[in-house]
Structure formats: structure tokens, C-alpha cells
Write a protein that binds this ligand. Structure first.
Ligand code: HSE
Length: 441
């Protein structure tokens, strides 16, 4: 029979997610208690403006404007950080662990920059440190990596891990909107932040990719070494041409085991073939494909953001933290990584690509471009020339090529030579074509 006990919680931040945690702890209190033997009363919360949250004080949540004071409370065993940003989240994490309390966070930027240090502290002070809500909201992907897939060498993780970008790209593809229009619509509907650059420039996805890489490979990549390209410059023409060729454009975080103990890691728009599940993940949903040597391919999908999905992950962490408090930390089926990973230089990575040139519509143009590509050992697998000039001199038309797998360094050299060859106007638009284990390359 379970012995019920109370585990006091403090929330640093009572924004959308914090209130979602409170609401769902209250709503499913009996279920949670039944399943884990604990209740999790929220005893304190740090907020910027105490007046705004006076109602919570009436419900027994002690309010403070000083987040660091939460670590010192005797009636709190778990501190949940939902403020975001590096400071004072880092100091709160440090103080909480030094005080012998469990630390739960949804803060991917904090983890991407200080994950190794925080893992070290968790081990040193033998305290639970949980961060399920930092990646893919309600999808229990970190638990899957740490526990369900613990028997596997992970060869790759490919994920749509930013709901804002996926929403915008879906609107561009389904509604024919341009990027700016789709962004405004996403902001109007509350999917995109008023200041959207962290999402649309790919950094939110990069932070999540670093956390996934750390759990998959046991070491933390350096954020400065990760190639990141967001969705800001995607033109609706490329969304259309990709669709004509049977692809959708998705912002993908790609994490792969490379040779010599290195990790390949990048975040950028990719073409995903319509035959693959990820191409049909639309709107603000997230999805991840993980390839393990024992299990094969597994696919996870669900809501990657929002109050309730994120609260689902935070509450799962409260339960995990409560269990880990009772057990010696070392015996848990977890992955503890405190070292830095070696990242494969981006120029060394390989992929098939979609290329769109604006070319002079005259005989020999395609031959010239194909010749330069061939000189760099890059073969063409398909071509599309949708427009035709009407006889006027110096007419330019789009030329779209899908090229076979090539090293990034060779592709960049070839594109630079093509740009100087005089048959194109401006540089090419280029995107990787995603490749999934089991597909022909
Ligand atoms: N802003 C993120 C997204 C959610 O759009 O997916 C929080 O990580």
C-alpha cells in the first residue's frame, strides 16, 4: 500500500506554463496521488508583479519577487524554474541543488549553455535534476531517450521541434501565404511571440537539439559550433516548387552519430519527401524520428508547446524527482553527461540538396551548370524548369535541381563557381533534402 506524503513545490514564474502546472496539479490531484503516492502542494512562487497574482496568495501560494529565495524555503523540496533566460535561472539552479533540493526546469537556453555544469552539480549534491519540458513540450522524448531507449546506440534523431516555425511553414504551404503574412497570422493567433527571432531564426530548435544530442551521446555540444539557419528567408516559390517535386519544407533539427566520436548537429529548413511521416506533421505540432540499433526507427509526435502540454511534462518531472529523492541517484536508469561533445564541422556533413537558380533562358545554360556540378562529383537526380521566356533577350527563368548526396564543402564551392559563371542571376536558393534511415539515398 502506498504511503501518501506531501512534497512541497515552488514555482519560479507564474506565466502561462506556471499557471498550467498549478491548474493541472489541482485538476488531476487524485490521479497523481494514486499513481505516485505523493501530492505536490505549490507553497511558493516567484513573480515580477505581486499585485497581479494576489489571488494565488489567497490559495496558499506564498508570493515573492525574489526567485533565489525559493531555494531557501524549508517547506519546499522541489523548485521548478519556468522563468526562461540564463540569469537568474542559473543561480537559482545552483542554489537549489546546493540546498539539497530537486531542480526541475523547462529552460532550454539554460541547458544548452550550462547543461554539463548543472549535471555535474546534480551528481555532486546527489539531487534530482529533471528537464523534460525543455524539449518538445508534452512529448516525453527525454524520458524515452533516457529510459525506453537505454539499450540502444542512437544513430540519428531528426525532429520538428519548433511549433512556431512548423505553423508558419504549414501556412505557407497550405494557404500559399508569404513568410511575413504567415508570421503575422501566427502572432495574431498566439502561436508566435511578439519578438519571434528565437523561434524563426532557429535558435530555440538549436537549444533543443543540443539537449537531445547530450542525452543521446552523453556529452554536450558547444552551441557556437552548431550550424543554424532559420526560416526567415524561405520564399513561397520554393515551397511551391518543392511541392511540385513531392516534398514539404520543414525546419529540422538533425543529430547524428558521426565518425571518430563526433556528433553531426544542425538546424535548418529541409525538404521532406511526402512519403515520410514528418511531412504530414503540420501546424504547431512537433515530431521526432529516432533511430536506434536495437529498436530500429521510432516516431513520436504531439504538441510541442502551450500551457497544458508543457505542464504535463513538468508534472511528470515532479513525480520523477519525488521518486529519485528516495533512491540513490547513481542507480537510476538515467544518462548523466558532464563533458563537451566534439561536433563534426558543418562543411564535412553530406546531404542531397534542392537548388533553385535564376538562369538565363538560352541553350547551354543547363549544360554549364551540370558541368560545374559534375566537376565537383555532384550528380543531378531531378530537374524542373517551370517558366519559359517569351523570346525576349536576356530572359531569366527559375531552374530547380535536386542533386545527389554531396559534401557541404563541395556543394558550396560548386555554387560559388556557378554564381560566377555568368549564366545565373544572383546566388542559388538551396536546402537539404532530408534522408531517413532505411530510405535509398
Ligand atoms: N516557442 C517554442 C515553439 C515553444 O514554438 O516550439 C517553446 O519551446
Amino acid at each position: 500500500m502506498l504511503v501518501m506524503s506531501e512534497i512541497g513545490v515552488a514555482l519560479a514564474g507564474l506565466g502561462t506554463v506556471g499557471r498550467g502546472v498549478l491548474r493541472n496539479l489541482e485538476r488531476n490531484c487524485d490521479l497523481i496521488e494514486h499513481r505516485c503516492g505523493h501530492i505536490f502542494p505549490v507553497r511558493a512562487a516567484a513573480v515580477r508583479n505581486m499585485e497581479k497574482y494576489a489571488d494565488f496568495q489567497d490559495k496558499g501560494v506564498k508570493l515573492t519577487t525574489d526567485p533565489l529565495s525559493l531555494a531557501e524555503r524549508d517547506d519546499v523540496q522541489i523548485v521548478v524554474e519556468l522563468m526562461g533566460g540564463e540569469h537568474p535561472a542559473l543561480e537559482l539552479a545552483e542554489n537549489t541543488m546546493k540546498a539539497g533540493k530537486a531542480f526541475v526546469t523547462a529552460n532550454k537556453a539554460l541547458l544548452a549553455s550550462h547543461g554539463a555544469h548543472l549535471m555535474h552539480l546534480a551528481r555532486k549534491y546527489s539531487v534530482p535534476f529533471c528537464f523534460e519540458a525543455s524539449v518538445a513540450g508534452g512529448i516525453p522524448i527525454l524520458k524515452a531517450l533516457r529510459e525506453g531507449l537505454v539499450a540502444n546506440h542512437i544513430s540519428s534523431i531528426t525532429g520538428i521541434v519548433n511549433g512556431t516555425c512548423n505553423y508558419i511553414l504549414s501556412s505557407m504551404s497550405d494557404e500559399g501565404m508569404g513568410f511575413e503574412e504567415a508570421l503575422l497570422e501566427a502572432q495574431r493567433l498566439g502561436f508566435a511571440e511578439a519578438e519571434p527571432s528565437l523561434d524563426i531564426d532557429g535558435f530555440d530548435a538549436m537549444h533543443k537539439a543540443i539537449i537531445l544530442a547530450a542525452l543521446a551521446y552523453g556529452a554536450w555540444p558547444n552551441p557556437g559550433e552548431v550550424y543554424v539557419r532559420g526560416i526567415r528567408s524561405i520564399e513561397v516559390a520554393d515551397v511551391r516548387f518543392a511541392a511540385q517535386l513531392g516534398y514539404s519544407i520543414k525546419l529540422l533539427a538533425v543529430i547524428k552519430r558521426a565518425d571518430a566520436g563526433k556528433v553531426e548537429l544542425h538546424v535548418q529548413p529541409n525538404l521532406v519527401h511526402n512519403s515520410h511521416l514528418l511531412s504530414s506533421v503540420s501546424g504547431s505540432f512537433n515530431a521526432l524520428v529516432i533511430e536506434g540499433d536495437v529498436v530500429g526507427q521510432t516516431v513520436f509526435t504531439g504538441r510541442g508547446a502551450g500551457a497544458d502540454p508543457t505542464a504535463s511534462a513538468v508534472i511528470a518531472d515532479l513525480v520523477e524527482a519525488s521518486r529519485n529523492m528516495k533512491l540513490p541517484h547513481e542507480h537510476l536508469p538515467t544518462v548523466c553527461c558532464e563533458s563537451q561533445a566534439l561536433t563534426l564541422p558543418y562543411e564535412e556533413t553530406c546531404s542531397a540538396h534542392y537548388l533553385r537558380f535564376t538562369v538565363l533562358d538560352k541553350p547551354g545554360t543547363l549544360a554549364k551548370i551540370a558541368g560545374i556540378l559534375a566537376a565537383h562529383a555532384i550528380g543531378i537526380s531531378s530537374a524542373l524548369q517551370p517558366g519559359q521566356s517569351e523570346g525576349a533577350e536576356e530572359e531569366y527563368v527559375p531552374l530547380i535541381l535536386i542533386v545527389h548526396v554531396a559534401r557541404q564543402r563541395s556543394l558550396i564551392k560548386a555554387l560559388s563557381e556557378i554564381e560566377k559563371s555568368g549564366v545565373t542571376r544572383g546566388g542559388a536558393a538551396f536546402y537539404r533534402v532530408a534522408h531517413f534511415p532505411g530510405e535509398n539515398s
